[in-house]
Write a protein that binds this ligand. Structure first.
Ligand code: ZN
Length: 181
């Protein structure tokens, strides 16, 4: 994992850990559209996610316990309409200090010994994106009906039927040519 940089509005997500006493400190973040706008080429642009970070400060290192829950707006792979996807997740990682990264591992963030703050924006973004299911499809409604927009599904089916008809025509043309030889 790379070091974090505080730029402009990202500074809202700076945790000044130097001045904190040893022990646990809680930081809460409400993540929505303004947050996703901070990221170029963001995979998400809207949602409502609560993120809690418990920072456990030890004399030589920090522990971060992150938990998140809420909804993000995704585009349905099936009907191409937006829908609200529930997400939740938990993760723990360490923040260690050194001039070089002397230990490998995805759950360790390395900071320079002089650093006094940690920007958690990238971290929050990454954990939100990994908590999203791979399949982006409208959830089934409470009444058991499918969640997709039936009008859009109908249109898309018409398009794909049209495509396969065209393919069939090309095939039969080809077959005719082959049979004549
Ligand atoms: Zn859908």
């Amino acid at each position: 994992m790379q070091h974090f940089f505080a730029v402009g509005r990202l500074s809202t997500y700076n945790i000044e850990f130097k001045g904190l006493g040893e022990g646990q400190h809680e930081f809460d973040y409400q993540i929505g559209r303004p947050f996703f706008e901070l990221f170029e080429n963001s995979l998400l642009d809207d949602g409502d996610v609560m993120v809690k970070i418990v920072l456990d400060k030890h004399s030589a290192f920090l522990e971060l316990h992150l938990s998140l829950g809420g909804t993000v707006i995704l585009t349905c792979d099936r009907c191409l309409e937006p829908f609200s996807q529930k997400i939740k997740g938990k993760a723990s990682l360490y923040v260690k200090f050194g001039d070089t990264e002397s230990e490998e591992g995805e759950d360790v963030i390395w900071l320079h010994p002089e650093d006094h703050q940690l920007n958690v924006a990238q971290l929050i973004y990454e954990y939100i994106t990994v908590s999203i299911p791979l399949r982006h499809v409208h959830p089934v409604r409470k009444d058991g009906k499918e969640g997709c927009d039936p009008e859009m599904i109908k249109k898309l089916e018409e398009y794909s039927r049209h495509d396969s008809e065209n393919t069939d025509e090309r095939w039969s043309e080809l077959k005719k040519l082959l049979n004549n030889n």
